[in-house]
Design a binder for this molecule. Structure first.
Ligand code: ADP
Length: 870
């Protein structure tokens, strides 16, 4: 805009606003008040600060009175709207007041007939209207008073007065009309001036921060194109002056030329959003996206002479968005097709964006009940559980988080509480700016496995309850074995499913790898000829090598030597037959430990040919160990129980056959000895059962320790004439504890000392006391114990391998002793030299403190904390 025009404009505004005719000028869009006179402000009860606001915002109380609608209709039709004596309610002096107005809404048009403004003039005719109403009233009265024929002179005067006012009003309206015409002329003049300043436009185009070009005539000669436009076109400014058809031949057939012709002929602007186009850049074709406007430029007569193109390149935004959308779409498809429960939670409010059917099954909810709701809104009970905090942690750190074997309790729709054990993993999903936008949650429900494990432990405890129940428990164990097998089969079925799904997803390599890595067990693939070519992150973490190192080594390096031949044989058979590969073997972990695994692999067949082998290795170490321990124990226990029974039976038969009283007494003594052995075995088994159930009773009271030593030595000596038990040192201290149970410990130490020194002749017992403790030792001169076993002798069922063959026993005595000593806050340790003999020590406080461990806690089968040595 040049200076002369500005001044003209201000002058117009000054003249205008001080005019005492109520007038306002509005823009065509949103009816923004461009200019308003004081008189109009007065009608509205507003001040000048409302200039520049939309009418509806400036004078809100006008809404609902029909004026805005009339203004809009004047704008649409181009025809002026007038009102005579119309009431309007406005806020004057903070009070809503009704006044009456004559008014006109007149659209202003330029030479091309386009409406560019709306002018509103108004006159307050409240006096007239109220006067007219008064006249009507008077007239009524007059009619009523007709019979009296009294004419009210005052009425006539009023009438005269009113018509005077009316005349005055008419004059004012005429004046207003003149002013309108004058104003119209001035605005038109200004518009023309602006249109003429073409030179200004050229500068503006060159400096504009968007791409602009002007194409002239029906040949679309490039009259002007700024740097931005040349950049989008990938051309130099030498194309200026050429026809756009010859300057940009590559856009032929992309619809742009047809659009230009349409805009030129129709005279209507055309706007394109994110329009794709293929452009040539230094001989290379590139796909770009633009937002653009083709705007016809017209002369005074409204004839189009040129087209102005305004454009912005939005390729990057469009591609980024497409990429994110495609990624999201793919991820959602993957989640929905996976048999593993998965959900995507968006933002820190953990809004459930997607949840697949397995996830909904875990939740026992319909999709529509959870989608777009916050996780904590659906499951408020999670607030007191650790998982949500971990999820938020992923937003903080941007790193994956795994929660193995974690219990989560959810309230089900019927109000019941369901606790699941599951392996959780939380993977961050990033937006285009690299911020964590949402997290992918994978839930592998292992409730069944945990349950199975617990059941297994429970049934082992049951097994030991009584010897009579041994056979029954055997059956139970078989059942559990079957269960394990069933759950294994279930696991295999799930794996099959997983592998099927993986099969479906194979087309996209990236997606495939993503999924394989999301599975929290070892997954691998091999080429059709059997060469390992991929392992997932779990394998890398287990073995402590990266993928390419493991692929380079192959499985041979990690499979236990003893298991390798079978594994190879099965693998070769599978490769030849194209049938499933199943084998169990031990794998060497990065920490040097072997763990049992179940390996399975199936071929992926595409178009009748094997294209890939997909395999998994499932950790079955715990199950294997448990099965092994249980089998071993069962065979020892039944053997140990059978041996004395067989002898008793034999003596009974001998007794039946002989009449010799002396021999009968001898047989009776012998069979009594075996019955004692049987009793001891059953006693030990019952003690272990009670220990497991936390029901071993203790009767703690003070007694003389010397008595205990002498009693136990005497009773063991009585049964073992082969050895001499020497009580070398004995303290006479009063001690608080369970005398019966401590005697059991002494008896166990003494019988072991005799049992494991078959060639020895003596066993030495010593005891000493200080202010707080009594320490006892039992020394034998027997087979001794290797160092590697010393720390484990107090474990349940633990027996030194080579003694197990030669000496009877269940491996329970020391375990029970250790538990009794622990209840007395005692310590125990061994000093031993293989071939020379062993000394077993224990030390207990004279007055125990409060019980260290509460009653009722069942002991763990795999305990490793039993030994406390000095
Ligand atoms: P059991 O004697 O019934 O097998 P224990 O729990 O009493 O069970 O002993 C566990 C194991 O400890 C025995 O099997 C044996 O190998 C070893 N052991 C115990 N006492 C001695 C000892 N005095 N000398 C050598 N070995 C011993």
């Amino acid at each position: 805009m040049n200076k002369t025009t500005l001044l003209d404009c201000n002058q117009i505004l000054d003249i205008f606003s001080s005019s005492n005719i109520a007038t306002a000028i509005y823009t065509t869009n949103d009816l923004i008040i461009e200019a308003v006179t004081d008189a109009m402000l007065n009608f509205w009860g507003k001040d000048r600060s409302i200039t520049g606001l939309p009418l509806i915002v400036a004078v809100p109380e006008l809404s609902g009175q029909g004026f805005i609608e009339q203004l809009q209709s004047a704008l649409h039709t181009g025809i002026a709207v007038t009102g005579i004596g119309v009431p309007a309610e406005t806020l004057i002096d903070h009070k809503l007041q009704v006044r009456y107005y004559d008014y006109e809404y007149k659209p202003l048009k330029n030479a091309g007939g386009e409406i560019y403004s709306l002018i509103h003039t108004a006159t307050d005719v409240t006096h007239r209207i109220l006067g007219n109403e008064a006249i009507e009233k008077e007239k009524k009265q007059r009619r009523m008073l007709e019979n009296e024929r009294v004419l009210n002179e005052e009425l006539a005067v009023a009438n005269e007065e009113l018509s005077a006012i009316n005349e005055e009003l008419q004059q004012t309206q005429e004046k207003l009309h003149e002013l309108n015409l004058e104003l119209e002329d001035r605005v038109t003049e200004r518009t023309c001036k602006l249109a003429e300043s073409e030179a200004n436009m050229r500068y503006m185009i060159d400096d504009a921060p968007v791409a602009i070009a002007v194409l002239k005539g029906t040949e679309f000669i490039i009259e002007q194109a700024n740097q931005y436009m040349l950049h989008i076109w990938g051309k130099q400014d030498k194309i200026i002056g050429q026809s756009v058809f010859s300057a940009l031949p590559e856009i032929q057939g992309q619809g742009f030329f047809e659009l230009l012709q349409q805009v030129y002929a129709g005279g209507e602007a055309y706007t394109g959003r994110e329009a794709p186009g293929i452009m040539e850049y230094d001989g290379e074709m590139r796909r770009i996206f633009t937002d653009f406007v083709f705007k016809p430029l017209k002369d005074d007569k409204g004839q189009t002479h040129s087209i102005m193109i305004v454009a912005t390149e939005v390729t990057e935004q469009v591609q980024a968005r497409q990429l994110v959308e495609a990624g999201k779409h793919r991820l959602e498809a993957m989640v929905n097709n996976t048999p593993v429960a998965m959900t995507i939670l968006k933002g820190r409010d953990l809004i459930i964006e997607t949840a697949n059917q397995p996830m909904l099954d875990v939740w026992r909810r319909e999709r529509k009940e959870v989608i777009n709701r916050g996780l904590l809104d659906v499951f408020p009970e999670l607030k007191d559980q650790p998982n949500p905090a971990r999820m938020l942690g992923v937003f903080e750190s941007g790193r994956r988080f795994a929660l193995p074997e974690t219990a989560v309790s959810l309230v089900m729709p019927d109000g019941s509480i369901k606790t699941h054990y599951a392996n959780f993993s939380y993977d961050p999903l990033f937006d285009t700016e690299g911020k964590v936008e949402s997290i992918l949650i994978t839930v592998i429900d292992i409730t069944e496995n945990v349950k199975n494990r617990k059941e297994l432990e429970d049934s082992q405890a049951d097994l030991q309850e009584t010897t009579e129940e041994l056979a029954a428990s055997n059956e139970e164990l078989t059942a559990i074995n079957e269960e394990i097998q069933a759950s294994n089969e279930e696991l295999m079925a799930t794996q099959d499913q997983l592998q099927d799904t993986v099969h479906q997803l194979k087309e996209s390599e990236e997606r495939f790898r993503f999924l394989l890595n999301a599975i929290p067990q070892q997954v691998w693939t091999a080429t059709p000829d059997g060469a390992l070519d991929y392992v997932n992150d779990v394998v890398c973490a287990d073995f402590g090598y990266n993928t390419s190192q493991i692929v380079g080594h192959g499985w041979q390096k990690f499979i236990h030597q003893d298991d390798l031949p079978l594994a190879l044989e099965r693998w070769v058979a599978a490769l030849q037959s194209g049938k499933e590969y199943v084998v169990e073997f031990r794998l060497l972990f990065g920490n040097g430990i072997y763990k049992w695994h179940l390996a399975r692999a199936i071929p992926l067949v595409e178009n009748g040919e094997i294209t890939l082998w997909l395999g998994t290795n499932t950790d079955i170490d715990l199950q294997k160990n448990n099965e092994h321990k249980k089998d071993e124990f069962l065979s020892i226990a039944s053997h140990e129980l059978k041996t004395p029974l067989t002898s008793i039976k034999a003596f009974n038969q001998l007794m039946r056959r002989t009449k010799d009283a002396e021999r009968i007494t001898g047989f009776m003594d012998k069979s009594a000895e075996h019955i004692r052995r049987l009793e001891k075995l059953i006693g030990d088994l019952l003690d272990v059962t009670r220990l497991n159930a936390g029901k071993l009773d203790y009767n703690m009271k003070p007694f003389r320790f010397k008595q205990l030593l002498e009693d136990s030595v005497e009773s063991v000596q009585h049964m073992s004439p082969t050895h001499r038990i020497i009580l070398e040192q004995s303290v006479d201290t009063e001690l608080t504890g369970d005398q019966f149970r401590l005697e059991q410990v002494m008896t166990n130490f003494l019988t072991n000392a005799i049992k494991y020194s078959p060639l020895g002749q003596k066993v030495i017992v010593r005891s000493k006391a200080d202010e707080h403790h009594i320490t006892v030792s039992v020394q034998d001169f027997g087979i001794g114990i290797d160092k590697e076993h010393v720390d484990r002798l107090f474990d349940r069922y633990y027996r030194v391998d080579n003694t197990a063959m030669r000496f009877e026993g269940l491996g329970l005595g020391l375990f029970i002793s250790s538990e009794i000593l622990k209840r007395h806050q005692g310590k125990f340790w061994i000093e031993s030299e293989p071939g020379q003999g062993s000394t077993f020590f224990f030390s207990i406080p004279i007055v125990p403190e409060k019980p260290a461990r509460p009653e009722g806690i069942a002991l763990d089968l795999n305990r490793e904390d039993v030994m406390a040595s000095e």
